[in-house]
Design a protein around this ligand. Structure first.
Ligand code: ZN
Ligand code: ZN
Length: 581
């Protein structure tokens, strides 16, 4: 097999998107200890990808060798071995990229500078260069010699979106590095290299998000975890913002995602995902990075320990923080990503004054960082008082929303959602305790079923027996309920039992007692709670508030929807123009 062919095959594995080329080039810059990395794209990278860094650079000989396959071993020193074990194996990328495109590289190690021009793997020109220190590499004519691959490239907006996500994650992995990403000469991502993770989150997601991030830090024998998770009020509809890093590498791992998702259970609806920046430090021997050529998917030893660590840490953070969402959303700033992409999609890109955009961006970042620090310290004070949250009842509006107040502002509480939460936690506690008194019914409840339902229920009778119900056969397709557990809501006995029987009958998959209890608790909680448009008495409103603030999670119903929202005094004063800003 010729070298050229081998390169093209490798290119197929390593390089398939513009973003995978950016990834390889930027990771080379990071390896070269760059502190400033600029990525310039033309048409989302379809026309040109340029990466400029101020890293170690290369001398002329290494620059040439970098493009020959399997040259890596010549560049590696003994003390790099630890690094390679954490960062994955380097060295295939440049020859692969050069075999399917046109590459121009200027590089300098601070002593000598060189220029090399390669097309389709063939060196067209080598000469002395004029760069100071670092590397400047540009890739054009991507896949010009492999027409079949071209069709895998997507539209500009898609390629750009993938690269933006990638660069954002690399910036979060390396807050000490200053990243700039431009597309068609417009800045899309810009971080300051402040070495402050929260500030980097702010620069990427804007104030609205960074103000709602909660810090965490924990470790066990094998793993250290650190980072930020968002309050459940800001959720995304895809997993894209679950940013996970192992030893500063961007990684993907289903078990880690599951730990995150499970820790938010009932704090968010299913199918919605939080913004998470999770940094994991692990002994490199526990990490297997090479199961996928793009090296993002990883396998970890002791994954169950890591699952527990993440799950418990996140659960504690959510439990210990005040999570009442503000009714008035902060104005979103510098989320230029969406607008840039919208621009391209609607094909309305007007060439803007680059410098003006730059100044505006700098201004926004500087100004909001001050506010950010102020707000963060405020929040710490509030959090400590959390479990003594006091709400004073004002009244009921629309037969649906309880109005309450305290010295922080005005609160609206959804009466159905709130009671659903209270009931849910009551059922879950009773079911977990597994010991409950039973009530013997003086007049048994009669359950008439179809033949198939009757048989099915008979086969699964132990599910009901285990939960404190006693049923006896009574004639054709009929059961008599003689006993039920006391955790069934008084006055709703028959309704509750029918619901539970329905659940047993519709339980298709392999029976999982934990999941069954969970489903039963949610269903009963919903059915037994006051509906909207129903006026409850003043005393009932008081009782509901009192019980809600005692819940483990008073902020969400078991479906993850909010139970309570807040109008802060500041929001109200701003709306009534008592304060002007
Ligand atoms: Zn409900
Ligand atoms: Zn609900």
């Amino acid at each position: 097999m010729s070298d050229d062919l081998a390169n093209k095959i490798a290119a197929g594995e390593v390089v398939e998107r513009c973003s995978s080329i950016v990834k390889e080039l930027v990771e080379n810059s990071i390896d070269a200890r760059a502190l400033n990395i600029t990525i310039n794209l033309i048409k989302g990278g379809l026309e040109k990808i340029q990466v400029i860094d101020d890293g170690d650079g290369m001398d002329a000989n290494d620059a040439y060798l970098a493009f020959s396959r399997h040259a890596t071993s010549k560049l590696i020193h003994d003390d790099d071995l630890f690094f390679i074990s954490t960062m994955g194996f380097r060295g295939e990328a440049l020859p692969s990229i050069a075999s399917v495109s046109e590459v121009e590289m200027r590089t300098s190690d601070g002593v000598s500078s060189s220029y090399i021009h390669i097309k389709g793997g063939e060196v067209l020109e080598r000469k002395e260069g004029d760069l100071r220190k670092g590397t400047n590499i540009s890739v054009t004519n991507l896949f010009y010699n492999t027409p079949a691959r071209l069709k895998y490239l997507k539209a500009e907006a898609t390629e750009l979106y993938n690269t933006i996500s990638l660069v954002e994650k690399l910036a979060l992995a390396h807050p000490n590095i200053k990243f700039t990403l431009t597309n068609n000469e417009k800045i899309v991502v810009k971080t300051s290299g402040s070495d402050n993770l929260l500030k980097t989150i702010h620069e990427i997601y804007g104030l609205n998000v960074s103000n709602k991030m909660l810090e965490f830090k924990a470790s066990d024998n094998d793993f250290d975890i650190y980072g930020y998770i968002c309050k459940p009020e800001i959720l995304k509809s895809n997993r894209n913002d679950l940013c996970t890093f192992v030893n500063d590498r961007v990684v993907r791992n289903g078990d880690i995602n599951r730990a995150i998702n499970d820790s938010y259970y009932t704090y968010k609806p299913d199918g919605k995902y939080p913004i998470v920046v999770l940094k994991i430090n692990a002994d490199p021997t526990l990490v297997d990075v090479n199961i996928h050529p793009t090296k993002q998917d990883i396998k970890l030893s002791k994954i169950n320990d890591l699952y527990e660590l993440i799950y418990n840490t996140f659960k504690d953070v959510l439990y210990n923080n005040l999570l009442i969402p503000n009714a008035i959303k902060d104005k979103s700033v510098n989320i230029i990503k969406d607008s840039v992409i919208a621009d391209i999609v609607s094909n309305m890109v007007k060439s803007e004054d680059k410098e003006k955009v730059q100044t505006e961006l700098d201004f926004v970042i500087e100004e909001d960082t001050d506010k950010l620090e102020l707000k963060a310290s405020d929040e710490v004070l509030v959090n400590k008082e959390m479990k003594s949250l006091v709400l004073y009842l004002v009244g009921l509006a629309l037969g649906t929303y309880i109005i309450a107040e305290n010295d922080q502002g005005i609160y609206l509480i959804d009466q159905h959602a709130a009671q659903e939460r209270i009931n849910y936690e009551r059922y879950m506690k009773a079911l977990k305790a597994r010991a409950w008194p039973v009530t013997r019914l003086l007049i048994p409840i009669k359950l008439e079923l179809s033949t198939s339902e009757f048989t099915l229920l008979k086969d699964n009778m132990n599910v009901l027996l285990d939960r404190g119900f006693l049923l006896e056969e009574f004639g054709v397709n009929t059961f008599l309920v003689k006993e039920h557990p006391t955790w069934i809501l008084e006055g709703h006995e028959e309704e509750s039992i029918r619901k539970i029987v329905d659940l047993v009958l519709t339980c298709k998959e392999k029976f999982d007692p934990v999941k069954f209890n969970e489903k039963m608790a949610i269903t009963l909680a919903c059915k037994m709670s006051i509906k909207a448009n129903y006026r409850i008495s003043h005393a009932e409103q008081e009782e509901l508030l009192k019980e809600l603030v005692l819940c483990d999670n008073p902020y969400n119903c078991p479906h993850g929807r909010p139970t309570i929202i807040k109008f802060s005094i500041y929001d109200l004063e701003r709306m009534f123009k008592r304060v002007m800003n």
